[in-house]
Design a protein. Structure first.
Length: 170
């Protein structure tokens, strides 16, 4: 049985609990995509931190936005990160994974998304915008899978190994 995002947060106790803190950013080609996904996430009771861009005509460097997201995840200011890009998906995924305590996954398919959450407790997802501007249902589904899949404690040893490897200077 898959746990849904609504199951993770008891909405009857909203005043006593904090919403999930999620950072999101996009490239200019995915601006409207990000805006629609942001509206969707607002309906799921999240605190959404929009890293950028805030306007279609605003050019922001995706690598600088990735650094900002990575730092916020690393320090625990954000719980999850969502990146929506037309290009450079692999590069941003690698960059995010350079931060301690950040485990980013490229949302290539549902199986990868589920396994990254169950096995590695991934906390950032990079979604490719395949010329989507209006119908964001597939992306919303991928994000739901990502946020509603829980980490399986039986994989704690693997996660501890990864955490120890982050402390090794090679």
């Amino acid at each position: 049985m898959t746990m849904q995002l609504r199951d993770r947060v008891n909405t009857s106790e909203r005043q006593n609990k904090k919403a999930l803190k999620i950072g999101i950013f996009s490239d200019n080609d995915s601006f409207f995509f990000k805006e629609k996904v942001g509206i969707y996430l607002d309906t799921k009771w999240t605190s959404l931190y929009d890293i950028g861009p805030s306007r279609l005509d605003q050019h922001k460097d995706i690598f600088k936005m990735a650094l900002k997201l990575g730092e916020a995840l690393e320090t625990g200011k954000l719980e999850f990160g969502i990146v929506l890009l037309k290009n450079n998906c692999a590069a941003i995924t690698v960059l995010l994974n350079k931060f301690k305590n950040v485990r980013a996954v490229f949302a290539e398919n549902d199986k990868i998304i589920v396994n990254s959450r169950k096995e590695f407790n991934a906390n950032a997802i990079v979604v490719e915008n395949k010329d989507v501007t209006i119908d964001t249902k597939n992306c919303e589904r991928e994000i739901d899978i990502f946020l509603s899949t829980g980490f399986e404690e039986g994989n704690r040893g693997v996660l501890d190994f990864i955490a120890n490897a982050e402390n090794i200077n090679v």
